[in-house]
Write a protein that binds this ligand. Structure first.
Ligand code: TRP
Length: 475
């Protein structure tokens, strides 16, 4: 850290700037709130035993998520470029090794991985918009819902069609620039999604199993967290395992869009005077709230209908339709709900592509249209693997470590790559960036700055490393 090169901070990124702090918050919340909150959080909570898992996840948000989100925004706004170039530039300015740009490269790869299956699941949501609107769910029971879901995921052609559509939708937005369409859309879509979730909770409260659902979600049972259980030939087999804690950590990264540069690139479009800490905390709170509300809507329905909380990725697609099918106005609400789910996924998907597209524009001189098309094509192809995991490749012989292609990709990206990326971001921001640089960029009161710095230097890296060691069985 000897030869510090002064940083010529640009006032703006070449890609543009959000029109206000509020827009930054909405865009980042649009990135954070997505399938992770409504689809993934309930099903991994179900698979990992409920309350204790939720507790560990909340702890990860506080100790790891918020400090890293602040760091990503801070780094992005200071570098004002795609994450790859931002890290190169900041490393040079701080006299650190240029290899720190690996954070950006790893992020681009993680973005490909995540978007490839994210788009497949978003495709399910699109398919469900039409099923809900067509009245397929009216009066449906648990068996009927299983059938509808099975018919969809066992048909690769249908899945490819929806996956293609979602991918095209995402490409179009990124190609036009994030500011044009999405900035306006998120402004009313996010509140609307929230209102609909409240309606769902209202319904769940009247199912008679609301207490059971809440108990599952909020009553910690640490045995369920520490033992990983699997159904083998109809019998439950359990063994002690650090994996669920790693899943909770991974999900904290996933749900806040951290560890791969998405929030960093959004930070690079943030106006100079806006408060980073305040924005990060607000985004994390909103995101957590949506996840908890989704859980409160879903688990009562699971218990009231004798469904399995550990049903896996199909969970919300096999619970919510039952509620829509029996509530007054359910056809309308159901349709709206899945439309909004698609929009929530959409505003997240664009943030997964943006880092790679910004880099192609900066370094290869591509137009955004070209850049987005390339990224879209690669990701689309990779997505086929996830599609086949639900049908052609669903057999045991196509599994690696007992996981399908889809499970493996999700596990690798969310639970390994994101926490690793986050760890490096924390180390760079806390140890390699000078106090003057970060303090100047944050521009917040001394005690709060010290709190961030202490956390990001010690607590955050320690937590991530310990969870890793625990997962591989060392701790
Ligand atoms: N946070 C989004 C969700 O919960 C998904 C997402 C968008 C994401 N951008 C990301 C995840 C970047 C990891 C990294 O659905």
């Amino acid at each position: 850290m000897s030869k510090q090169v002064p940083l010529m901070t640009e006032a703006k990124s070449i890609h543009g700037q959000w029109s206000s702090r509020l827009i930054f918050i909405l865009a980042a919340t649009g990135s954070a709130v997505g399938l992770g909150n409504i689809w993934k959080f309930p099903y991994i909570t179900g698979e990992n035993g409920g309350g204790a898992f939720v507790l560990v996840y909340l702890l990860c948000i506080a100790v790891v998520g918020i400090p890293i989100m602040m760091s990503e925004v801070m780094l992005g706004r200071r570098g004002r470029q795609s994450p790859i170039n931002t890290m190169t530039r900041l490393a040079r300015a701080e006299g650190a090794h240029p290899a720190w740009s690996l954070i950006g490269w790893g992020g681009v790869l993680a973005g490909f991985f995540i978007l490839s299956y994210y788009s497949v699941i978003a495709g399910w949501a699109i398919a469900y918009v039409f099923r809900a609107a067509g009245g397929v769910f009216s009066g449906i029971d648990a068996a009927g819902v299983k059938q509808v879901f099975g018919d969809l995921v066992e048909d690769p052609e249908r899945l490819i069609a929806w996956h293609t559509l979602f991918m095209l939708m995402s490409m179009v937005v990124v190609a036009r620039g994030v500011r044009a369409g999405l900035e306006k859309a998120v402004t009313w879509l996010m509140p609307a999604l929230f209102v609909l979730l409240i309606v769902m909770v209202g319904y769940a409260m009247n199912t008679g199993s609301f207490a059971e659902g809440l108990k599952f979600l909020f009553e910690p049972d640490f045995d369920k967290l520490l033992y990983a259980c699997e159904m083998v030939d109809g019998a439950q087999q359990c063994e002690i395992s650090g994996a669920p804690i790693l899943v909770a950590l991974g999900h904290a990264f996933f749900t806040l869009s951290l560890g791969m540069g998405a929030i960093m690139v959004y930070g690079s479009y943030m106006p100079k005077q806006s408060s980073i800490a305040g924005s990060a905390i607000l985004i994390a709170l909103l995101d957590t709230l949506v996840a908890l509300v989704a859980g409160m809507a879903i688990f009562p329905i699971v218990f009231a209908n004798g469904l399995e909380p550990g049903a896996g990725p199909g969970l919300i697609f096999q619970t919510l339709p039952i509620a829509f099918g029996s509530m007054p106005g359910g056809q309308l609400f159901g349709t709206l709900f899945f439309v909004l789910l698609v929009f929530a996924a959409w505003s997240s998907a664009i943030s997964l592509i943006e880092p790679a597209v910004a880099w192609l524009v900066e370094n290869r001189g591509m137009t955004r249209v070209r850049a987005a098309s390339w990224i879209g094509l690669i990701t689309w192809l990779l997505g086929l693997g996830s599609i086949f995991s639900f049908n052609l490749w669903s057999g045991e012989r196509y599994k690696l470590f007992g996981k399908s292609f889809f499970d493996l990709l999700d596990y690798l990206a969310a639970n390994i790559m994101l926490p690793l990326g986050g760890l490096l971001i924390a180390i760079f921001a806390g140890w390699f960036m000078s106090r003057e640089s970060s303090q100047h960029e944050f521009a917040m009161a001394q005690p709060f700055y010290s709190l961030w710095r202490g956390t990001i230097r010690f607590l955050t890296p320690l937590a991530v490393v310990m969870v890793f060691l625990n997962a591989v069985g060392v701790l």
